[in-house]
Ligand binder design. Structure first.
Ligand code: SF4
Length: 184
């Protein structure tokens, strides 16, 4: 097991967010979990993966983030102690499980942050019809890049005349490991 023991788990209210009802937490340990990062990035769809400094950022729904460092896991934007422990248990289980299965996973070194809004925009119908709930295709493209909205929300894109654009967009998103935030 790659990450068996957590040595320390601190939960605190960040000074910069002291007015908000959110907590941050940091778990530290002796084990080096960085060998799991390209596989975790592939399986969970990391938001940003810095290979040089070995930092993998996972963006969750409702403003929560998990940042993985070789000997540290930082969790931001949690509500309480129970949520902090639940998220730590979840990510520890994911890291161990994914690392166990690494021989069957294609590692991924790019991440969602590499997606370009203009590239997404070019593959949308560009009619600014507002069906998706955004005022413009540009705003939708930005929301899509962040994982805040699904591809299905752009209903016109699923019309036959946009098939080629849709398939290119799906392939483009997939190549960066895109996922919607509510996928876990
Ligand atoms: S539904 Fe599609 S075409 Fe219409 S505004 Fe949204 S992104 Fe643009």
């Amino acid at each position: 097991m790659l990450l068996e023991k957590i040595d320390n788990f601190d939960i605190f209210r960040p000074k910069m967010d002291s007015s908000k009802e959110v907590l941050h937490a940091i778990a530290t340990f002796q084990a080096d979990i960085s060998p799991a990062f390209p596989y975790v990035n592939a399986e969970l769809g990391g938001w940003d993966y810095d290979q040089i400094n070995q930092v993998l950022l996972l963006k969750l729904s409702n403003g929560k983030w998990i940042t993985l460092h070789p000997h540290q896991i930082a969790i931001r934007g949690i509500r309480d102690l129970d949520e902090a422990h639940a998220l730590l248990t979840w990510i520890q289980t994911q890291i161990n499980d994914i690392y166990e299965r690494r021989d069957h996973i294609t590692p991924r070194y790019v991440s969602q942050a590499g997606l370009k809004i203009m590239e997404i925009l070019k593959l949308l119908p560009m009619t600014n019809c507002k069906v998706c709930g955004y005022l413009t295709c540009m705003a939708y493209a930005a929301g899509l890049r962040e994982g805040e909205i699904s591809l299905e929300a752009c209903q016109p894109l699923w019309e036959e005349k946009y098939r080629e654009k849709r398939e290119k967009l799906q392939a483009y998103l997939q190549s960066y490991g895109w996922r919607a935030l509510d996928e876990f």
